[in-house]
Design a protein. Structure first.
Lengths: 217, 284
């Protein structure tokens, strides 16, 4: 057998970036969401959680900035991939409900490096990242100088971005780790590799592209 | 409890009716600044020298009450400015930690130990009352405002500013009685001055600091029909949308998981049957 049993899906630096960003986001979620619930809001008393929120932001914003500076091509590719939508994405989304409830695998249109669902998540991460950043900037640095209305709506934008990002995070966690079909998704974000079989089944178009270079099939 | 229901509207109604209040009469104010000095002195806030009337200090964490100078027909008037202690206080509503709350006597009290320094109260208050100075980097801040001299009032005394006022321009008492008295005073003023107005009876569900004015409220820097900022309401809605959507998603995933496991990728799902037939037709 000349065919390798596994293929590389993510580079080490991407995996590092993913998990640093994840931890930072989870810290931000916890220190931010407590402000939503009067019953547990007391945890924010004294402002300690607000300071932790600001420390986590340094990682949340710093990680993608450093990653993009060190890997401009990969970052650009990520943005391009995220913003490129076509007719195959509609096919995927139409076929997805049945697929996720156990429908036949062959029915799914072959996917590129990421499927349309993952692309949707990437889009939410990108879009809410911008919203979080801008509204947070106003609340952090322009609290005393910004007009009250601008501050109030920054709070709302921050809240809406949180809702979108958090709800999609639930979807991301479920489809990435719990869903019975995504057997190698978590592993690929750990050691960067998936089996050839998994790659063929889940990302057929991508597998064809990468295996072409090696002169196979 | 994770999600406390808002303070019972009925209870707030009775607090407003039976609670305490202050009546500020600008026609009796002589701009002596004793209320300011008494507030600083009693609440141990630094710097109690008499301020320059032409450059009066704005509200700040160290200035809980001040005088707002107003020039009407070449004559200077002053309006005492401090927390108005709303019945429907936006600050209480938006405070995430429960630091701001309603006192049984009707006014708005706060617990500095619970304050996180988020600044929502300062930014959402329609009167711009709560004040804080925050550290730009760390965000550390604590809100301050008029306390209604809670310890004096609950101990049966009147607030320091009202006690110090030499002309009776600040009157402390039962709110229902002060509403009556304020309306009577304004009615008397209106005999010679059609612009005279009573402010605070209905605003924000009823203020616990009400004003007898010899001119329109906006002249004295009081907003006409102050409202809860729409953003505060949006925030309330978002909370429930978020909880509902998160619950729906989690339940949905639970069902998805169970269905998937039960079906074991079999073709007994209704859709699968349809697709198989379609593909068979395609082959033909």
């Amino acid at each position: 057998m000349t065919q390798p049993r596994v293929v590389e899906r993510f580079k080490k630096r991407t995996i590092w970036f993913h998990w640093i960003h994840t931890v930072a986001f989870l810290v931000l979620v916890v220190t931010g969401a407590i402000l939503f619930f009067p019953g547990i809001g007391g945890a924010a008393a004294g402002g300690v959680t607000r300071s932790i929120h600001r420390i986590a932001v340094v990682f949340f914003v710093g990680a993608p900035v450093i990653y993009s500076v060190l890997n401009p091509r990969m970052a650009l590719h990520f943005v391009k991939e995220t913003l490129t939508w076509g007719i195959e994405d509609i096919d995927y989304i139409e076929a997805a409900p049945l697929y996720y409830f156990g429908g036949p695998e062959e029915n799914m249109p072959p996917q590129g490096h990421v499927n349309s669902g993952q692309k949707m998540w990437q889009f939410v991460v990108l879009a809410t990242g911008v919203l979080f950043f801008l509204s947070g900037l106003i609340m952090w640095f322009f609290k005393d100088t910004a007009p009250a209305g601008l501050f109030q709506w920054s709070v709302i934008v921050h809240d809406v971005a949180f809702l979108l990002a958090f709800l999609m995070l639930l979807v991301h966690i479920y489809t990435g780790t719990i869903h019975p079909r995504m057997t190698e998704s978590l592993r690929s974000m750990w050691d960067g590799k998936v089996s050839v079989k998994y790659a063929k089944n889940h990302y057929g178009k991508w597998y064809e592209e990468i295996s072409k270079g090696e002169g196979e099939e | 409890m994770l999600l406390q229901p808002p303070a019972s509207a009925l209870a707030r109604e009775s607090q407003t009716q039976e609670g305490v209040a202050m009546l500020v009469d600008v026609t009796k104010c002589i701009s002596c600044w004793w209320c300011y000095a008494a507030c600083k002195n009693y609440n141990r806030l630094p710097e109690t020298i008499k301020p320059d009337p032409e450059q009066p200090p704005p509200l700040s964490p160290e200035v809980w009450t001040t005088l707002k100078p107003v020039k009407i027909a070449d004559e200077w008037h002053s309006r005492k400015q401090a927390c108005n202690h709303c019945t429907n206080a936006v600050c209480v509503k938006v405070c995430p930690t429960g630091a701001l709350s309603y006192n049984d006597l009707g006014f708005v009290q706060y617990d500095k130990d619970k304050c996180s320094g988020c600044g929502y109260c300062a930014e959402f208050c329609p009167f711009g009352v709560p004040q804080m100075e925050s550290n730009k980097v760390s965000g550390v801040a604590v809100m301050d405002k008029c306390t209604f001299c809670i310890d004096r009032v609950t101990g049966g005394e009147q607030p320091a500013c009202a006690a110090a006022c030499p002309t009776g321009a600040i009157k402390f008492g039962k709110r229902s009685e002060l509403v009556k008295e304020g309306q009577e005073r304004v009615a008397a003023l209106q005999n010679s001055n059609a612009n005279a107005a009573f402010y605070g009876d209905k605003e924000m569900g009823g203020l616990h600091v009400m004003y007898v004015l010899d001119d329109a409220p906006e002249v004295y820097g009081l907003p006409v029909d102050p409202e809860e900022p729409p953003a505060a309401l949006v925030r309330d809605v978002l909370r429930w949308v978020g909880i509902g959507a998160a619950a729906a998603i989690i339940v949905g995933f639970g069902l998805n998981y169970i269905v998937f496991r039960e079906a074991k990728m079999v073709n007994e799902l209704p859709g699968a049957e349809y697709i198989r037939k379609r593909e068979e037709n395609n082959k033909k």
